[in-house]
Ligand binder design. Structure first.
Ligand SMILES: Nc1ncnc2c1ncn2[C@@H]1O[C@H](COP(=O)(O)OP(=O)(O)OP(=O)(O)O)[C@@H](O)[C@H]1O
Length: 357
C-alpha cells in the first residue's frame, strides 16, 4: 500500500481524551480517500499528523515504503513531500498566479518553473491566468489555483482539508467532480477531509467515518451506505432508522420478520452477520433507509405522514407508525400526499443490515 497508518494516536496536552485514537487505514497509489465525521471527531488532527505538523504520540505512518513516523523516527514536515490544500485558499494576495503556483519550485530553473506553472494551469483548466492576481479570480478559480500550487512540486501525497467549504453549494458540487478528475488524471494519491457526505461520495474511492477520534469504518462509498459497520455509521450516513427484527423460518426459508412484514432476501452475508450477534441472535435491529420504504396503496401496513420535503423528483416523507416509531421514505413526487394522511407502505430492502440489541 502507498500510504499506511497503523494505530495512530494524537493527544493534545491537557485534553481529556485523545483527538485521534488508534486509527489505521491504507490508501493504494492513485487512490482518493475521504474522511468525514462530526465536528471535533479528529479529522483535521489526523491530517496534520500525516503532514508532520502534529506529532503522533504512537503508531506508524509510512508513505511509499518509507517510515515517516514510528518508534524513534520522525521525518520533518518539510521533508515528507506532502502537499496541502486548505479551506481558505491561502494564496499570497500580492503575488500573481504564476508566482503563487511557482512558490514551492525554488530549485527549478526559470524555464522549468514556467513550464511547470503552464502544465499546472492546464491541469486545473485555467490556462492563460499567469498574470492575474488572486482577487481577480472567483472563489472556485482561487481554489483551483491552490490545487495547482500544491501539485506543482510533485508531492507524493496530497492532503485537502475542507477545500470547498467556503464556496457556495452549487459550485462545490461542480468543483468536487472536477477535482476528482484532475487528481485522477495526475495519478495523485490524496486524502481529503469534508463535512459533506455527498462530496465524500462524489470524490472518494474510499471513505472513512470518524467519531471521537476513532475511525468507525473505512470502505468504498457503496459499502459504507449499504453495509454500515456500526450504528453510528448507519445513522451518520443516510439517516438510517432501526426497526426491531427477528430471524424466523417461514415456508422452509429463513426470513427476517419485522413489524412491517417479512424480508425474504436475506443473503448469506446478512445471515452470517445475524449469527455473529452471539447470545441473543434471534432478536436484533434492522436498518431501514429512506429508499428501502416503498409507497404501496395495496399494502396492509400504513404510516402517517408527519413531515414532507420536496426534492424535485421525490418527496422525502417523515412517516410515523402506529407504534410511534418514525421512518423516512423517498416517494416519487407525483405521489403528493397531505400531512397527517395515512399511506400504505411496503419494505423493499436489497441489503439486510442488522445490529445486535
Ligand atoms: N491545537 C489543539 N490543541 C488542543 N486541542 C485541540 C487542538 N486541535 C484540535 N483539538 C481538539 O481535538 C479534537 C479533534 O479536533 P479536530 O480539529 O481534529 O476535529 P475535526 O474532526 O477536524 O473537527 P472539525 O470538523 O470541526 O474541523 C477536538 O476535541 C478539538 O477540540
Amino acid at each position: 500500500m502507498f500510504l499506511t497508518l497503523e494505530q495512530i494516536c494524537v493527544n493534545y496536552p491537557g485534553a481529556p481524551a485523545p483527538a485521534v485514537n488508534g486509527v489505521s487505514l491504507q490508501l493504494a497509489a492513485g487512490q482518493l480517500g475521504v474522511l468525514i465525521g462530526p465536528s471535533g471527531s479528529g479529522k483535521t488532527s489526523l491530517l496534520r499528523a500525516i503532514a508532520g505538523l502534529e506529532q503522533a504520540q504512537s503508531g506508524r505512518i509510512s508513505l511509499d515504503q518509507v517510515l515517516l513516523d514510528g518508534p524513534g523516527i520522525r521525518v520533518a514536515a518539510e521533508e515528507r513531500r506532502i502537499g496541502m490544500v486548505f479551506q481558505d485558499f491561502a494564496l499570497f494576495p500580492h503575488l500573481d498566479i504564476a508566482a503563487n503556483i511557482g512558490f514551492g519550485l525554488h530549485q527549478a530553473s526559470r524555464r522549468q518553473r514556467e513550464q511547470r506553472i503552464g502544465e499546472m494551469l492546464a491541469l486545473v483548466g485555467m490556462e492563460g491566468s499567469e498574470e492575474k492576481y488572486p482577487h481577480q479570480l472567483s472563489g472556485g478559480q482561487q481554489q483551483r489555483v491552490a490545487l495547482a500550487r500544491a501539485l506543482a512540486p510533485q508531492p507524493r501525497l496530497l492532503l485537502l482539508d475542507e477545500p470547498f467549504s467556503s464556496l457556495d453549494v452549487e459550485l462545490r458540487e461542480r468543483l468536487a467532480h472536477d477535482v476528482r478528475e484532475i487528481l485522477k488524471q495526475a495519478h495523485i494519491t490524496a486524502l481529503m477531509v469534508t463535512h459533506d457526505q455527498l462530496e465524500a461520495f462524489a470524490i472518494g474511492d474510499v471513505v472513512g467515518v470518524m467519531q471521537s477520534g476513532h475511525l468507525q469504518q473505512w470502505a468504498a462509498p457503496y459499502d459504507l451506505y449499504h453495509r454500515p459497520a456500526t450504528r453510528f455509521v448507519a445513522d451518520f450516513i443516510g439517516h438510517g432508522v432501526l426497526l426491531p427484527g427477528q430471524l424466523i423460518e417461514r415456508d422452509g426459508r429463513q426470513v427476517v420478520s419485522t413489524g412491517l412484514g417479512d424480508l425474504h432476501d436475506v443473503s448469506a452475508a446478512a445471515l452470517a452477520q445475524i449469527h455473529a450477534h452471539g447470545r441473543d441472535r434471534q432478536r436484533f435491529d434492522v436498518l431501514l433507509r429512506s429508499d428501502d420504504i416503498v409507497h404501496d396503496d395495496a399494502s396492509p401496513f400504513t404510516a402517517r405522514i408527519v413531515r414532507k420535503s420536496f426534492r424535485g423528483a421525490e418527496f422525502l416523507y417523515t412517516l410515523q407508525l402506529a407504534s410511534g416509531q418514525e421512518l423516512l421514505a423517498l416517494v416519487p413526487s407525483h405521489h403528493d400526499h397531505a400531512i397527517d394522511e395515512w399511506i400504505g407502505i411496503r419494505l423493499d430492502v436489497s441489503h439486510v443490515v442488522t445490529f445486535p440489541l
